[in-house]
Write a new protein. Sequence first.
Length: 114
Amino acid sequence: QVQLVESGGGLVQAGGSLRLSCAASGSTFGLSAMGWYRRAPGKQRELVAVFSSSGTTIFADSVKGRFAISGNNAKTTVTLQMNSLKPEDPAVYSCYTEKDYAQWGQGTQVTGSP
């Protein structure tokens, strides 16, 4: 079992920045992918940024040029730097990893402030 713990969510204004972090623990040997998904109210969960199992880095078109992902080689930590936040970015952001199957953390809330 792998445990994923996210941190860094909060209230942010449009145009602002926020940094999310995720730490994996437990049976982390052999993790093949790691990254971030998000789910906004009334919408399906969508990929935000992921280090894929094939070795590529994938970004959603909507965040390209604004978000950056970083992590360690062991895929036990991953960080999402979010800049120039837009009104459509607030959501629950969940850490993602993959070993024998895909797994998501509980998520951290990013809320837009008026």
